[in-house]
Design a protein around this ligand. Structure first.
Ligand SMILES: [Ca+2]
Length: 526
């Protein structure tokens, strides 16, 4: 699957070196222009695109993946009738940063929406602005969640239906309202259904227009606290459940796991004190999968509307999650970290007119690729400043240059101090993660031999060269992409920093065995 590393920004990472190159010159980072100039592709007929995003849906929670709890017939149908991009990732596993990457085509260190607390910087360009400028009809329906101060319509959309922050599964009171094109309207019922109804109406209203449409349907579900629709509540309660093997408590650190990881187990984002409750992970997981059933129904409703209007086969539909989620993996809940279950997302695509049914794409695709992909489907060239690349050719079976290494970044949040800043590089076989600004261990995994990331190879002499190559490549890549500075923000909001005493809450984890010595290392100094 590895093809020649692709051009422009990624030229600098094509060749691995075993030691840092002091005279290396980083590739130029193309700045984001402030004028929107869409460039049409002569050889592409623009088509309608529906992009459906869900919240916190992990990559494997679909029934066709063999998941023990999820029931997702419409997602299964998308994979059967279209394309399953089975190695889909997000560049930062967190709601706002991931959404900003989808909308800008940029890495987090470039769009600078580094957490869930802050607004988008002035001057940010969202890719639907190009679509709108090209004359297409654009609609945004659902969770925006970049800036909680207001839910005013954002640039790039002809139709707008959105709410502040996370939104609500049910209206919290009689006066709760949603912003529809600048007017306050009540939320009439369960949020997934409300958003789906608006989406279906948008498609109906725009199907006969002279120009194609772009719909961005952005679900609140399945973000916690997980609230299933009444018809699905407790529908999975009786299914058997087992925690993942990586959830087993380690009472020492002979396997050289990071201290922060072992400490996080007893925290807001750990399975021993999840969200500071005593609730079992099993109950969380089942509610999550029950809420997901309504998202799956939403896909079914959109598909049915496309069929009813006779535009099903010509419309490109993309489904993805904004980040993964852990239910006991590594002793954690939640996302943020670079581990597979957190950074991987479901990605499905369907367009029977052009995409062969049952296609599986192996290449690593990401949230930064959505903007270029949608733009290509609508006959517009990708702006050169974007970090991502259209994966439409991959789905068509075309041989194109593609990334061979994937960069992941996460920036420490004062609100959730359990998870450190980290940078991670994932190739076909190895994954290297460094935790920055922390006296702790880095990690190296052979993800082919050890897909659950349990055996840290970072201290194994046999892998010293691999570690060095991955480290060099990671920093070269960040240099080329403009990621060598860490964005900072002042504290804001609550800090979830508590531990539960009865679960060893006053003790910190052991240092990794490889970092502990029994004798002085410099015996010549008395
Ligand atoms: Ca999310």
């Amino acid at each position: 699957m590895n093809r020649v590393c692709f051009s422009l920004l990624f030229v600098g990472i094509a060749v691995a070196s075993s030691s840092p190159a002091p005279n290396r010159v980083a590739a130029d980072v193309v700045p984001v222009p402030q004028t929107i100039v869409p460039k049409r592709m002569d050889d592409v007929t623009p088509r309608n695109v529906v992009f459906i995003l869900s919240d916190d849906h992990r990559y494997d929670a679909m029934s066709f993946m063999g998941h023990p709890l999820a029931k997702t017939p419409h997602m299964d149908a998308m994979a059967k009738n279209g394309v399953h991009l089975k190695n889909a990732f997000v560049t930062t596993s967190l709601c706002s940063p991931s959404r900003a990457s989808i909308l800008t085509g940029l890495y987090t260190f470039r769009h600078r929406v580094i957490d869930n607390q802050r607004a988008v910087p002035d001057g940010t360009v969202f890719f639907p602005q190009y679509l709108q400028k090209a004359g297409y009809k654009t609609g945004f329906i659902g969770k925006w969640h970049m800036g909680s101060a207001n839910d005013d319509p954002r640039p790039g959309f002809d139709y707008w239906f959105s709410f502040k922050g996370q939104g609500q599964y049910y209206p919290p009171g009689p006066n709760y309202t949603i912003n529809e094109n600048g007017k306050r309207v009540p939320q009439d019922g369960y949020i997934t259904t409300v958003l789906t109804d608006k989406a279906v109406n948008f498609i109906k209203d725009n199907a006969d227009a002279d120009q194609p449409f772009f719909l961005y349907l952005s679900h609140k579900a399945v973000h916690g606290p997980f609230t299933p629709e009444p018809k699905y509540k407790s529908s999975l309660a009786d299914l058997p459940f087992t925690l993942p093997p990586s959830s087993v408590l380690l009472t020492d650190n002979l396997r050289n796991r990071p201290r922060w990881l072992l400490d996080q187990r007893n925290s807001w984002h750990g399975m021993d004190f999840p969200l500071h409750t005593g609730s079992p992970v099993e109950a969380f997981y089942k509610s999550y999968c029950e809420a997901l059933r309504s998202v799956d129904d939403s896909i079914g409703s959109v598909m049915q509307q496309l069929k009813d209007l006779g535009i099903h086969d010509e419309t490109l539909v993309i489904y993805m999650g904004d980040n993964g989620y852990m239910f006991g993996e590594h002793g954690l809940i939640d996302k943020r970290v670079a581990y597979e279950t957190s950074s991987r997302v479901p990605m499905l695509m369907q367009c029977p007119e052009i995409l062969p049914a049952g296609t599986v794409v192996d290449e690593v695709v990401a949230n930064i690729d959505i903007a270029p992909t949608v733009m290509q489907a609508m006959g517009l060239e990708k702006p050169s400043y974007m970090d991502g690349q259209s994966f439409l050719p991959l789905a068509l079976g075309q041989e194109i240059p593609w990334r061979d290494y994937f960069l992941y970044v996460y920036y420490w949040e004062q609100n959730y101090p359990q998870t450190p800043t980290h940078f991670s590089l994932r190739g076909d076989r190895y994954k290297y993660t460094t935790y920055y600004g922390l006296w702790d261990t880095d990690e190296l995994f052979d993800i082919q031999a050890d897909p659950m990331e349990q055996n840290n190879l970072i201290y194994d002499p046999e892998y010293a060269d691999v570690k060095q190559q991955m480290q060099t490549r990671l920093y070269d890549m960040m240099d080329d992409l403009g990621g060598m500075e860490i964005p900072l923000n002042p504290p804001r909001g609550r800090q979830q920093n508590k531990r539960l005493r009865k679960r060893d809450g006053v003790k910190s984890a052991d240092f990794p065995e490889a970092m502990v010595v029994d004798e002085p290392l410099r015996k010549e100094l008395k």
